[in-house]
Design a protein around this ligand. Structure first.
Ligand code: SAH
Length: 245
C-alpha cells in the first residue's frame, strides 16, 4: 500500500464495540478500500478470535489497531472528526452526505490526521461523543429501519473515500497560513472558556443546561484555525487578569 496516501491519515474510530466480529468485518471493509488506521475505544473484547476470523486477510489491520480508553485519545491531533449517526439528534452539527464527507476528510488528510467516528451497536454515539466532532453523516436508509450493521456503515464510507481518493484532480494542500487547530487545542480552549464562564457566574455548573453543547456546535461550524484559537485564549487570559486586579 502507498503509505503516503492521504487514506493512511484517515482514522476509523469504533467506540465501545460489543461484538468482536464487527471489529474484524470493519478491518476487512477498510483493507479492501485501502484504509489502514483503526482506533478502538474501549472494545468489549479485543483481541478476539471472532474478530480474527471475520477479518480474513485483513488481520494486519487488527494487529496494528490502537486500543484507547477515550474518544479524546482517539481524536488526538486530528483536525477534522465526523460522527456517523443512524438517527437524527437534537442540536445536530451540520449534516453531510457520504460523498461530501469523504471530500472534506481527504481535503485535510494530505497534511493532518482526520477521523470518522462510529458508535455502539446498541445505542450509537452519545451526545458527548457527537459534540467532539465537527460534522455529522447520516447514510440514507429505509426510514422504517435506518440502523445499518456497524461494519456495513464502515464499508460504505470506506468506498466513498476510495472513490474520492482516486479522482484524477488531486486536492491541493492548504497553505500553512490557514492551518486548522487540532482537536486537543480546541478541547483546551473549550475547557478554558467553560472555566471562565463559571468564574464569571455566566454558567452555573449545577444547572449547565446545554450551553457547552451549543458553544461546541457554534465553533464546529467555523473550522477554527490555530491562530484563531490563540487569539480566543489570549482574550480569555486578558479578561481573567483584568477581573483579578
Ligand atoms: N442502534 C443504534 C445504531 C447502531 S449501528 C442507534 O440507534 O443509534 C452502529 C453504528 O453504525 C452507529 O453508531 C453509526 O456510527 C453507524 N451507522 C449505522 N447506520 C447508520 C446510518 N444509516 N448512517 C450513518 N451511520 C450509521
Amino acid at each position: 500500500m502507498n503509505r503516503s496516501s492521504p487514506l493512511a491519515n484517515v482514522r476509523i474510530v469504533l467506540s465501545h464495540t460489543s461484538h468482536p466480529g464487527n471489529i474484524g468485518a470493519t478491518a476487512r471493509a477498510m483493507k479492501t478500500m485501502g484504509l489502514s488506521t483503526l482506533y478502538l475505544v474501549n472494545p468489549k473484547s479485543f483481541p478476539d478470535n471472532e474478530a480474527d476470523v471475520r477479518a480474513s486477510n485483513a488481520r494486519d489491520i487488527l494487529e496494528q489497531a490502537s486500543v484507547v480508553h477515550s474518544l479524546e485519545e482517539a481524536l488526538h491531533d486530528t483536525v477534522l472528526a465526523i460522527a456517523m449517526t443512524a438517527r437524527p439528534r437534537d442540536l445536530s452539527n451540520r449534516i453531510l452526505d457520504t460523498r461530501q464527507a469523504a471530500k472534506a476528510l481527504l481535503e485535510h488528510a494530505s497534511q493532518s490526521p482526520v477521523a470518522l467516528v462510529f458508535g455502539r451497536e446498541s445505542s450509537g454515539l452519545t451526545t458527548a461523543e457527537i459534540s467532539m466532532c465537527q460534522l455529522t453523516v447520516h447514510i440514507p436508509t429505509n426510514p422504517d429501519y435506518s440502523s445499518l450493521n456497524l461494519a456495513a456503515a464502515v464499508q460504505i464510507m470506506a468506498y466513498e473515500l476510495r472513490m474520492v481518493s482516486t479522482e484524477t484532480t488531486p486536492i491541493p494542500p492548504q497553505p500553512p497560513a490557514y492551518q486548522l487547530a487540532s482537536f486537543n487545542e480546541i478541547e483546551l480552549f473549550y475547557r478554558h472558556l467553560e472555566q471562565a464562564m463559571i468564574d464569571s457566574e455566566f454558567l452555573d455548573p449545577r444547572q449547565p443546561k446545554r450551553l457547552m453543547q451549543r458553544i461546541r456546535r457554534m465553533f464546529a461550524r467555523t473550522q477554527l484555525e490555530k491562530e484563531e484559537v490563540n487569539i480566543l485564549r489570549g482574550i480569555l487570559n486578558a479578561l481573567e487578569k483584568h477581573r483579578s486586579v
